[in-house]
Design a protein around this ligand. Sequence first.
Ligand code: FUL
Length: 504
Amino acid sequence: VPGNIILGRWCDCSLPSIIFAVYYDDMNKTCLTLIAAVLFNMPFFAQPAPLGPLPTAGQLAWHRLEQYAFVHFSMNTFTGKEWGFGDESTELFNPVNFDARQWVKTFADAGLNAVILTCKHHDGFCLWPSRFTTHSVSASPFRDGKGDVVREVAEACQAFGLKFGIYLSPWDRNHPDYGTAAYLDYYRNQLTELLTTYGPVFEMWFDGANGGNGYYGGSRELRKINPAEYYEWPQTLDLARSLQPGILFFSDAGPDIRWCGNESGFVNETNWCLFSNDTLYPGKPGIENLLATGMADGDKWIPAEVDVSIRPGWFYHENENERVKTAEQLFRIYLNSVGRGANLLLNIPPGPDGLLHPLDIEALTSWKQMRDSIFARNIAAEAQISATHTRPGSGLYGAVNLTDGNPHTYWATDDTVKSADIILHWDNPRQISYVLIQEHIELGQRIRQFEIDALAGGEWKCVVKGTTIGYKRIAETGISGCSAIRIRFIDAKACPVISNIEVY
Ligand code: FUL
């Protein structure tokens, strides 16, 4: 601002640059503005071109949730089964101390950011008073048949600021029409009820279990369906989107979020958010490893979600009380999911009294304490940070952006430079256990290979050999007496664009 002149430039990589000058004349109180459009972007300033496929705004918001709760609670909670047959008496459902606020407060305290509830599992019992069936809470002793578990959980989520999602099993072993076209109407009617009654739903979960023997309205037979065609998913998804435009769909095949291919709590170390799902459908066998890795050249952004239970089963069973996962086991799962760029959907099943068991609460609480203490002090902020190469651009893309806590700024290299190092240096030697790296995925997932070297005792030593990064990568280093680390981006699909580095 020399005198009363303001010079500026506005640019977006896909548009011409706008150069403007504003002159304010104090004496005459007038303003003169000059505007010029430049039809090409000066490479001097241009931001890296996006490398598609890219996440949608909804998927970006989903990535930021990182970990959230899965709740399996239904008829099986009372029968001790994992898969009900569909002929269970509705009289059995009676959680006398049911308190959705106890569940959701526990989840919020554990740093879980959403809840996905089994509104209907494979046995067909509905946790809400559906107009389309009598096999629901309305026919149970719970709150004298006036209860609505879905409503209370959705309201508790709103009260504690958590997002709410639904699981509506496509396979229904109770319904007489399962296997025919009429059942699709029933399924869509129920979906419409859920998506128009309980407020915003962030995610809809389709599990892959399909067809088999069941009660089916009393016929007690085996019903087989062709999972690739029977459900006519595209029409159902269109319906759901018309009712809740922001909803994201999870299934083995996406289309918004993909299954990680196992129920043990991990994605592979190499985890691409990219996937080509054209030939896939929920329940397709033999693609587990592909789901756990993603596809480097996939044609859509379909990131992985890791669903795993805190107990051996998905539903509560008293005889599994001694086998609740420990804080250490949960932390390992966290590193193998969130720490590899996936989201974690951790199942915590309430018991038949309608409350979370104290052992599960204890495990969640100590897991949270463990995360808080391990990630308490980010020493990247105390380091001098530099890069072996930085994209030209008047300081717009400098390495300081990596530790500024701002997810919108990033360090990048020039378009032709696909490998470069970031060096963090401390005045006093440190103990370094974890290094956290985030790509600026708004511009695509790029990194294929990286390594981390540590300088200890005057010598550089490689402590991590890694592949993909994506939304987040937490690498374990475990080194002491370390005065510097060097993060070497070795290979990338296009110039590295990194938004955040943390060191613990
Ligand atoms: C599977 C189901 O068969 C299990 O019962 C459980 O709900 C799990 C999360 O998904 O497909």
